[in-house]
Design a protein around this ligand. Structure first.
Ligand code: GLU
Length: 299
């Protein structure tokens, strides 16, 4: 990661207060950018307009300022770029790679429970533990889709992952960090493990997976440095990059900062929020030491 043109980004969702885990991720990205003569970008991932607020966004910028982190370009706010994601979704739709999935969360749950009871074996789950989409409407006729959509039935745009993987070669990525199991180096992408993920909603023409790959490409991000909890999602990101003809960055999934109970920190846990640590009198150097980084960032 020492190439001059390296571009790093920190991409939080402004839907709560940043905690020590975010501080670690932001500081690792910022340190790498500064020590390699690269660029550091801030991106507000605020597609969930119901939960993301301008107040949290201001708080993110204040917290980063407190940590001594400066971004090299005005922050990109995803909610201002919906047309970029809509265009990507349309490109996939033009290849017949997405379909409207009408099953609600409740219907999926009921379907899976019935299957597990009848078959006596578990229904497959994605790496986050959620049941794979049963895809009963994957092959519905266009007339039926149009009828249900025009009747106002709710749906989400889902990737037809089996069809998608037939359109691209076997995919890998270069992992400079490690998976939760310690794998690194060349990693084989396994997008099938995620099933037919949601790529867009009725009201928002995107999802986390779609907007993150579109933005990383638009912003010329060369090095995606983020928490290990997103390691497995990279399989879907590589697939979308290949389908959309986007470049593939290097990936570095770093360890997570865990709470005293050994669990991942959450945005609702007040005691590790940067604001409360700052209010308790901690300095940026204290925070660096708390997360195991050297007291001073690279000059
Ligand atoms: N917005 C995501 C989050 O807050 C991070 C996205 C990424 O780094 O790829 O967890």
């Amino acid at each position: 990661m020492s190439c001059n043109a390296a571009v790093f980004r920190f991409a939080p969702s402004p839907n709560g207060e940043l905690h020590l885990g975010h501080a670690y991720s932001a500081m690792v990205n910022h340190d790498l950018a500064r020590s390699s003569g690269g660029t550091f970008l801030l991106r507000h991932e605020d597609i969930d307009t119901a939960r993301c607020t301008p107040a949290f966004e201001r708080q993110v910028e204040e917290d980063l300022g407190f940590l001594g982190i400066e971004w090299d370009e005005p922050p990109r706010r995803q909610s201002a770029h919906m047309h970029d994601y809509a265009a990507a979704l349309e490109a996939l739709a033009a290849e017949d790679l997405v379909y409207p999935g009408f099953m609600t969360r409740g219907e999926i749950k009921a379907y899976v429970e019935r299957y597990e009871e009848d078959e006596g074996k578990p229904w497959p789950r994605d790496p986050d533990g959620a049941p794979l989409y049963p895809g009963l409407d994957r092959h519905a006729s266009s007339q039926e889709r149009e009828r249900r959509m025009s009747e106002g039935e709710r749906f989400a745009w889902r990737l037809d992952v089996e069809r998608a993987i037939e359109m691209v070669p076997a995919l890998t990525w270069e992992e400079h960090g490690a998976s939760p199991l310690g794998e690194s180096g060349t990693i084989v992408a396994r997008p099938l493990e995620w099933g037919d993920v949601v790529l867009g909603r009725m009201d928002i023409p995107t999802s986390y997976h779609l907007s993150v790959v579109v933005d990383d490409a638009i912003q010329n991000v060369s090095d995606v440095v983020r928490g290990r909890d997103l390691f497995y999602a990279t399989s879907i990101h590589r697939l979308l990059q290949a389908l959309l003809g986007l470049p593939d960055p290097r990936y570095h999934h770093h360890e997570l900062i865990l709470g005293d109970d050994g669990r991942k920190l959450s945005k609702s846990a007040q005691d590790t929020s940067l604001r409360s640590l700052r209010e308790a009198g901690m300095t940026a150097e204290d925070i660096r030491r708390m997360v195991g980084l050297p007291g001073r960032p690279p000059a």
